[in-house]
Design a protein around this ligand. Structure first.
Ligand code: SF4
Ligand code: ZN
Length: 357
């Protein structure tokens, strides 16, 4: 399903009239920067937007020269802007990275086939090689098949678990050293809150890490960790004016954490950064038992259990018992549901297919 970007996602002109840009002091301010509320001209906005991402990459030593980096590309705004900005910074600052686009085809007719068209355009526009891995090839099931088998209740649980593993497998095929995803500051603040509300200590301790999975098959990092969603939306290189909405995303449920963060941001934009900071400052007591990482007996994927979550879910599907393995697990469920239902209701639409951590 495709719809056009809502009004709220467009550039908000500055109400400052003839006020000058606070950065250059020469041009007229054209907008109020969402992150700082500074009155700024367009040219300076693009510069600070890109410079802050470059600074995040440098400060956190995200990459080493010569690395092969797979950009998790969904066709949505975050990953589209990420692909554009990262290839630009790679050239401008000589990072020396080999960049690739990596997409997951869940097999959702009318949704993923459309968004993959955007990724294919990006492949040409940005000159980045594209690899697409599909659920059908990896697991023998498309999401369309899965929904036929299980209905619309737990579909996002299957999808989230399968997507995570599909990305790792695709990155391995590309011989990538790293995966980067378009998770932005709003996503991370939302995850901090959700993990607090759920009491999920294991995830709380790592959800603010800019790089995760260093002990797993391929580390993942988030160059947009401090980038505000509103700024990604107004950055001009998100050229497609379409957003893609999964036909299986639940409509009624609206992510509490997401809504709450938007409210806080309206009152005080810095709240998003402060929540991330609080998450970073959490110290986990050494008496808290953390799950031990091993590998799945069947497929070799990292797992804290005998079988990884994907193998358990697949087992259930193949045996005609799809409820098997749908327990208290949270992978891919709440976050995707919250994000995707937000897309259906918010004026800041466009959030799709971000890859769960
Ligand atoms: Fe998968 Fe997202 Fe669709 Fe759920 S809403 S089925 S997680 S693509
Ligand atoms: Zn497995």
């Amino acid at each position: 399903m495709v719809s056009s970007v809502a009004d709220g996602a467009k550039l908000q002109p500055s109400r400052a009239g003839s006020r000058l840009c606070v950065r250059c002091g020469e041009r007229k301010a054209a907008l109020k920067r969402p992150k700082t509320l500074d009155q700024i001209c367009r040219e300076c906005f693009y510069i600070v937007f890109e410079d802050e991402i470059h600074q995040t990459i440098v400060d956190n030593s995200l990459f080493k020269a010569g690395e092969r980096v797979a950009i998790g590309a969904s066709g949505g705004k975050d990953s589209t802007v990420l692909a554009y900005v990262l290839s630009k910074l790679n050239r401008r600052h000589n990072y020396g990275l080999d960049l690739f686009l990596l997409s997951v085809d869940e097999g959702i007719t009318g949704y993923r086939d459309d968004s993959l068209e955007t990724v294919k355009r990006n492949e040409i526009q940005y000159g980045l090689p594209l690899k697409i891995v599909s659920y059908k090839d990896l697991y023998g099931w498309t999401m369309d098949d899965i929904v036929k088998a299980i209905g619309l209740k737990n579909n996002c649980t299957f999808c989230g678990v399968f997507r995570r593993q599909a990305l790792d497998r695709g990155a391995a095929l590309l011989k990538a050293d790293k995966i980067v995803t378009g998770h932005n500051a709003d996503d991370i603040a939302e995850t901090v809150l959700l993990n607090i509300l759920r009491g999920d200590i294991a995830r709380l301790s790592r959800c603010t890490f800019i790089t995760t999975g260093e002990d797993g098959p391929i580390p993942r990092c988030k160059p947009f960790k401090y980038t505000y969603e509103k700024e990604i939306v107004i950055y001009p290189f998100y050229e497609t004016s379409h957003i893609f909405i999964c036909i299986y995303s639940p409509n009624a449920y609206r992510g509490f954490a997401r809504e709450f963060i938007k409210d806080l941001e309206r009152m005080r934009p810095r709240a998003i950064l402060d929540i991330i900071k609080s998450g970073e400052n959490f110290r986990i007591s050494t008496t808290t038992k953390m799950p031990e990482q091993g590998t799945c007996e069947r497929c070799g994927y990292i797992s804290s259990q005998r079988l990884c979550k994907a193998c358990v879910l697949l087992d259930g599907l193949n045996r005609g018992l799809p409820k098997l393995g749908i327990g208290r697990t949270k992978a891919g469920d709440g976050k995707d549901r919250a994000k995707h239902s937000e897309r259906n209701t918010s004026s800041l639409q466009g959030k799709h297919g971000n890859f769960d951590f």
